[in-house]
Write a new protein. Structure first.
Length: 526
């Protein structure tokens, strides 16, 4: 049987400043109709470069040798007209970061309609019907009301679902999925994986699946290619690789998973933050006079408490209100209800009054590359808050930055480098160092490990545990990865559509969930 995609001795190198760097070396694999092949490895292993090479989506600085044959036709060196016919029609991509792939100036409907008009000549009501069908398929609730939304008005998970809908719109022969479920919660992740598996079966579609999540690989792939340093170091049937890995790197990957639980929180720890009947409703305004016709109920009637040395895990699907709750607690968005921070009712405080508390409440975001200024060095990023909040003004800033870099697992000698010169895990450590240099009492961690490789996830979880133990930090830990939540949390809140559907000790929630939705979340984990 002729392979749908046949890659032989693929080598990719990039030329910059007179130097040539090999990103992919002698890679060979095949993909058959109705089959899923997973490319697995850490960041920088060459997975994405290999995938982009299949239809010449690499920059001009790339030099590609070897052979990539799609349905028997050679793609390396093919003319641009042929490549345009194949791209998005026969071979379609789902990329990891939807915000950089979606046009911020166009509505979701317009962006989906563009692909249907270009490849299928579908316009008007026919296109709208197909768009709604696709959006419902990928799990976007109330799809019709979302058609006029812009990308920034959707959550990260919802944007990824739109990207998946666009990729599936033209019923491709090959779907190349580059970390397509990184931003999705476990229930939607399970739905998307089931959807992709079903499409593969019914359409005879081949799928090249790029991921660092071995749990997904075990669930969806027929064969696995493990990549390291631009080479495939091990390949074979999925069951065989998982049962009997031969290469040391494969063994390391399979062993990399956040395990255990945090040390018990001090029973007499000071209450750092609490809320009482907290509510965040966003008005829906229509018409010329912007009359309020309803509300988006992002957070409803939430009461919680977090003590020093304690982690409250906040879980739930995208759009459930997790991040909104955290931002309201930090007084970064308006809310109703009580908020007490370090024994003080701060709900009515002005921005000026809050400023003196800001160093005690810090946040680490999901995407460190997006939250770090590309024009500032690591030293400038980490030290910025020291001058603003006048922390230890008598001490040399470089000494303080060196201390916190060493504490967070960074080499102080690299403090004059820029964010693009660090790996993803190192950038996240810089984001943690930026928060920790102020010695906060409360740290909000918004999906801090979701974009990281499995081995790096373990390192970051261990780092956060150590910092909490050393400084008695209170954490609000937002995540859709229940394995990480279990390894980090003392208590858990489960949210759905703005409501807290379950709240209790982590061990109890994981072993005996009371709500149907919590049980559904845990079932999706297995």
């Amino acid at each position: 049987m002729t392979a749908l995609l046949d890659v032989r001795d693929l080598t990719v190198s990039f030329r910059q400043d007179g130097r040539e760097t090999q990103a992919v070396r002698g890679v060979s694999f095949s993909l058959n109709r109705g089959e899923t092949v997973a490319l697995v490895g850490e960041s920088g292993s060459g997975k994405s470069v290999t995938a982009l090479s299949t239809v010449s989506l690499l920059p001009d600085s790339a030099r590609v040798t070897g052979s990539v044959r799609y349905d028997g036709a050679e793609m390396v060196g093919a003319d641009e007209r042929r490549l345009r016919q194949v791209r998005g029609n026969d071979i379609s991509f789902i990329f990891q970061e939807p915000m950089t792939s979606l046009n911020p100036l166009h509505t979701i409907e317009k962006q989906l309609a563009e692909s249907l008009a270009l490849h299928q000549s579908l316009v008007g009501d026919a296109a709208r019907g197909r768009i709604l069908e696709l959006m419902n398929k990928v799990g976007i609730r109330d799809a019709e009301s979302r058609l006029g939304a812009y990308p920034h008005q959707l959550s990260g998970g919802q944007r990824q679902r739109v990207m998946i809908a666009m990729a599936l719109a033209n019923k491709p022969d090959i779907l190349i999925a580059d970390e397509p479920t990184t931003a999705l919660d476990v229930t939607i992740q399970a739905q998307i994986l089931d959807l992709l598996a079903d499409l593969k079966k019914t359409e005879g579609m081949g799928m090249l699946f790029i991921t660092h999540d071995l749990g997904i690989v075990r669930r969806i792939a027929d064969r696995v290619c493990v990549m390291k340093g631009g080479e495939i170091v091990e390949a074979g049937p999925t069951a065989e690789i998982f049962a009997n890995p031969q290469h040391p790197y494969t063994q390391t990957l399979l062993a990399a998973e956040p395990k255990g639980a945090p040390d018990p929180a001090p029973e007499t720890g000071e209450e750092i933050v609490s809320t009482s009947n907290l509510k965040v409703w966003f008005p829906i305004q229509r018409g010329f006079l912007r009359k309020t016709v309803g509300h988006v109920k992002a957070v409803n009637d939430t009461t919680l408490s977090v003590r020093a040395g304690e982690t409250l895990g906040i879980v739930g699907e995208s759009g459930s209100g997790k991040t909104t709750l955290a931002l309201a607690i930090m007084r970064l968005i308006a809310s109703e209800g009580g908020i007490t921070f370090l024994g003080q009712d701060v709900r009515q405080w002005s921005t000026r009054e809050l400023r003196r508390l800001r160093k005690d409440m810090q946040i680490v975001f999901q995407d460190p590359f997006g939250s770090l200024s590309p024009r500032m060095t690591a030293f400038q990023i980490i030290s910025e808050g020291l001058s603003i909040h006048k922390v230890d003004p008598q001490r040399n800033a470089r000494e303080l930055v060196a201390e916190v870099m060493a504490e967070t697992g960074l080499d102080p000698a690299t403090m004059d480098r820029y964010p693009h010169e660090f790996s993803g895990g190192q950038r996240q450590r810089i984001a943690i160092a930026r928060a920790m240099v102020l010695r906060p009492r409360l740290l909000v961690l918004d999906e801090p490990t979701s974009a990281l490789d499995m081995t790096v996830q373990v390192q970051i979880v261990n780092l956060l545990r150590d910092l909490q133990k050393k400084y008695g930090l209170a954490y609000l830990f937002i995540s859709h990865d229940l394995k990480v939540v279990r390894a980090m949390s003392h208590k858990i809140i489960v949210m759905r559509a703005g409501d807290v559907v379950e709240y209790g000790e982590a061990q109890r929630v994981f072993t005996a969930p009371q709500s149907d939705y919590a049980r559904e979340l845990l079932a999706a984990l297995t």
